[in-house]
Write a protein that binds this ligand. Structure first.
Ligand code: C2E
Ligand code: MG
Ligand code: MG
Ligand code: MG
Length: 281
């Protein structure tokens, strides 16, 4: 049923199950075959231009339709995927799936449509992924790199063990754009923003949640937005749930927004309907 209505109603594990090492091992084993059994799926959440409400992008968010446990949240299984190294294979699948969808929505709805995908720091270590693969896939789909935005977190930019510089340059060469996810919550070094030629900052939802006029959170949002714009970086606010938050973010000069106010993450066919409505508006 969760799949039908396209909403994320997760069946969370009990605290006991989470703690149990055995259940983690079982889950890791299940995850190993989940890809082959087609149990992983992507939901898409619209990213709207705040001033107009038009949908210009989507974030792809992974879910696991487990045969016994129902729809499992990435917060539950991505850490297991990272520990076991399965994140590499899963990440390749996410890229391929999102790229296919981006090519489709660019052809059907908007030639500049972008889908952003999340990348774990683990995917930047050693052979985190094969660069040959994804470039070939872009060519095969006739998808310009601009159709894809890669979301990374601040910590990665300081991770000496990763080949982040090389990879980000490869993305840049392929036209793929880069967003800093959950901005403001990690160990950030602002100098990295210029060094790595970032395209988007995503203001973490913890700054948006209690947003009020003349509040500290408002001051932080305004400062982040001014700084980003001076560096030629666009800003996306995450976790917008209320009309007030939307208005305050517009007032602060924020470019794009994402959150339950506009839509929850939904399956591709439901997102199609959102895009059709969007064009009518
Ligand atoms: P994220 O990338 O920061 O994604 C935003 C999260 O906020 C999503 O949770 C989304 O459903 C949720 N969200 C969106 N709007 C609202 C709102 O208005 N209010 C509230 N309370 N929440 C909102 P989700 O889908 O559970 O994903 C959690 C995290 O899992 C993501 O955080 C991301 O770090 C990770 N993740 C998701 N998909 C992937 C993937 O394909 N690969 C990797 N490596 N990580 C992923
Ligand atoms: Mg993200
Ligand atoms: Mg985020
Ligand atoms: Mg995150």
């Amino acid at each position: 049923a969760a799949k039908e209505n396209g909403r994320n109603r997760f069946h969370y594990f009990t605290a006991d199950m989470q703690k149990s090492a055995q259940s983690r091992i079982r889950l890791a084993n299940d995850l190993r075959v989940a890809l082959a059994r087609n149990e992983l799926l992507l939901h898409y959440q619209p990213i709207v231009e705040l001033a107009t409400g038009n949908i210009f992008k989507a974030e792809a968010l992974i879910r696991w339709q487990h045969p016994k446990h129902g729809l499992i949240s990435p917060a539950e299984f991505i850490p297991i995927a990272e520990d076991t190294g399965l994140i590499v294979e899963i990440g390749d699948w996410v890229f391929a799936e999102a790229a296919k969808q981006a090519a489709l929505w660019r052809a059907l709805h908007d030639p500049e449509f972008q889908i952003s995908i999340n990348k774990s720091p683990v995917q930047f270590r050693n052979n985190g992924e094969t660069s040959v693969d994804w470039i070939a896939q872009l060519i095969e789909l006739d998808l310009p790199g601009q159709g894809i935005v890669v979301e990374i977190t601040e910590g990665l930019l300081l991770d000496a063990a990763s080949d982040v510089t090389t990879r980000l340059l490869q993305y840049r060469d392929a036209g793929i754009q880069v967003a800093i996810d959950d901005f403001g919550t990690g160990y950030s070094s602002l100098s990295y923003l210029k060094k790595f030629d970032i395209d988007y900052l995503k203001i973490d939802q913890s700054f948006v949640r209690n947003l009020k006029l003349n509040s500290n959170d408002m001051a932080l949002c305004e400062a982040i937005i001014v700084m980003a714009h001076k560096l030629g970086i666009k800003v996306i606010a995450e976790g917008i749930e209320t009309e007030d938050q939307r208005k305050l973010l517009i007032q602060a000069g924020c470019d794009f927004g994402q959150g339950y106010l506009f839509s929850r993450p939904v399956i591709a066919s439901s997102f199609d309907a959102l895009l059709l409505n969007n064009m009518d508006a």
